[in-house]
Design a protein around this ligand. Sequence first.
Ligand code: SF4
Ligand code: SF4
Length: 166
Amino acid sequence: MKQLTSSKSTQICRDTCKSKCCKSTPPALTSEDLTRISNALGIKKEEFANNKNNYFFVKKRENSNDCYFLSDEGECKIYNYRPLDCQLFPVLFKIKRVDSSYLIKWYIWYCPLTDFFTSEFLIEKAKKIIVRYLEKDSGILFEYQSAMYGTGGYKRKHFLFEEKIP
Ligand code: SF4
Ligand code: SF4
């Protein structure tokens, strides 16, 4: 399977998929996402986030099922600041601490991106993001996991493999 660049992925999301995931399930927001997006836009989190049982999610646009940040042209208006959930998708993970390492189970949600990218390529991309968080603040990943699975998100995920990250 051909390996493509991430700008190609943006094009596939917009043109081939018509931004389906940005028009359905609202992305979960970690405390780090909330701060990063609030600071970048200079707005309060209440403007773009909903609180559901103490988990935060991006609001939908008024009278629409679209994500608050989806433009009329089908692009993410905060691409460089988008939530962890959006950075990783269609890759999902479960994380657990084992001794001094982390056991990560990798999952995938089959979507048009997986027709163009190999699972290995997508996991490798997601892993770089996860490792950055592990180095900075692993608690954010557990926070994200609680929001995702605590609210029943992504039931149709498909297990790929597990690995230990030191
Ligand atoms: S990540 Fe997948 S489901 Fe979401 S917009 Fe891109 S191609 Fe569509
Ligand atoms: S924040 Fe951006 S990438 Fe994430 S769902 Fe909304 S529009 Fe899509």
